[in-house]
Design a protein around this ligand. Structure first.
Ligand code: SF4
Length: 381
């Protein structure tokens, strides 16, 4: 219970009055207006599921155009379950974290096989679907079916962490356990779907990571971090680890206007994606390109990948990109094809020669898409 003498109890979430006031403040604020997001319009559970899978590790701004295109192409569970996996991954291209696309496709197949094509409403049944963890299950159950299921994602985590002034380090199990508890208490009241959306909306628009706009916050009077002047230092961040450096090299190998590409195997980074022959040069090896601990000359590494004898030319260009906890520098060289039958390394599923006009139809990661631009005459791609 609150300390009426002027101080504050240590755990406000144990105070039913505090919970009730936070809930009421959030719902009233949300009902006054919120962003018009396409997945909120229909309330279709399938659309909510697709949007929530896309939103994992990705911003709303990035997701909106992908969501609209995806729903136009796969408008129902049945349409998604029917589509070849490759087509689904292609529609996801550019969003990153491609495992999500494969899992969403697998979830659609499971919904068709086990639930007659109808997205289940209970969090436990949702959690049994491929790729659906507690957050996605809670979001779909609450938003699409108004079930009192808690959620915790980046935005609501920040809001709740500040509301209760949680001093545990962000990401620690103590932090997450406490905040799941707060989320659970809050959602057990009227309008759980709107309540969860209000929490996410507040985190996205008002209780932002830096310089939260507390003057416009509907729950400012209940916020422990604000009353302690700690709103900018909660959640408590651990220093971020430096990304691990990686150096790789890709080769443009051309025969009669067509370029050699390989399709990666079914597991690991960029599983099933097409790429120009790419070798590990130095540093970490997140894509598992290194064949042995012994040093290997680039010509020999490319021969192992493609079966071809090659003469490597100068570097045409290079660029850097981040993937998970790695920072990759990718250099692109032109390679002279000196013959030999092309054949994929055991790590790859397929090999083929493609004209630049074909590149657009192949599923590729965004770094390899940049390599494709270097391989294409202006205006083709
Ligand atoms: Fe966030 Fe400030 Fe509102 Fe607290 S008062 S929830 S820190 S915006």
């Amino acid at each position: 219970m609150p300390d009426r003498s002027g101080g504050e109890s240590s755990d406000p979430e144990q105070d039913r009055d505090w919970i009730g006031r936070v809930r009421a403040g959030l719902l009233a604020w949300y009902d006054l207006g919120h962003r018009d997001l396409p997945w909120r319009r229909s309330g279709d559970p399938y659309a909510v599921l697709v949007s929530e899978v896309m939103l994992v590790q990705t911003t709303v701004e990035a997701v909106v155009p992908y969501f609209e295109r995806f729903l136009a192409r796969f408008p129902s569970v049945e349409a998604l379950a029917e589509a070849p996996e490759e087509e689904v991954v292609k529609a996801w291209e550019g969003l990153g974290y491609y495992r999500r696309a494969r899992q969403l496709w697998a979830a659609a197949r499971a919904i068709r096989a086990e639930h007659g094509g109808v997205v289940p409403s209970e969090p436990e049944a949702l959690r049994a679907l491929p790729g659906v963890g507690p957050y996605i299950a809670g979001a779909v159950a609450s938003i699409a079916f108004d079930r009192p299921a808690p959620i915790l994602e980046a935005n609501s985590e920040r809001v709740l962490g500040r509301l209760v002034a949680c001093e545990e380090p962000a990401g620690s199990s103590a932090f997450r356990t406490r905040l799941w508890g707060v989320a659970d208490r809050l959602v057990r009241g009227p309008a759980p779907g709107r309540l969860n959306q209000a929490l996410m909306e507040l985190g996205a628009t008002v209780c932002v990571p830096r310089a939260p706009r507390c003057l416009g916050c509907p729950v400012a009077h209940m916020c422990r971090a604000r009353s302690a002047g700690r709103q900018e230092s909660i959640p408590v961040r651990r220093p971020r680890a430096e990304p691990l450096p990686v150096r790789e090299q890709a080769a443009l190998i051309e025969r009669q206007g067509r370029h050699l590409l390989l399709r990666r195997g079914p597991k690991g980074l960029w599983a099933g994606f097409w790429e120009f022959p790419t070798i590990w040069i130095e540093g970490s090896d997140p894509a598992k390109r290194r064949a042995s601990v012994q040093p290997e000359a680039p010509e020999s590494a490319f021969r192992r990948l493609t079966g071809l004898d090659l003469g490597l030319g100068p570097i045409l260009g290079s660029f850097a990109f981040g993937v998970t906890r790695y920072r990759v520098e990718l250099a692109v060289v032109r390679a002279e094809d000196r013959g030999g039958p092309a054949g994929p390394s055991p790590a790859h599923a397929e090999i083929g020669w493609f004209a630049p006009a074909d590149f657009d139809g192949l599923a590729m990661g965004s770094a390899q898409r940049k390599v494709a631009r270097l391989a294409s005459p202006p205006g083709v791609f």
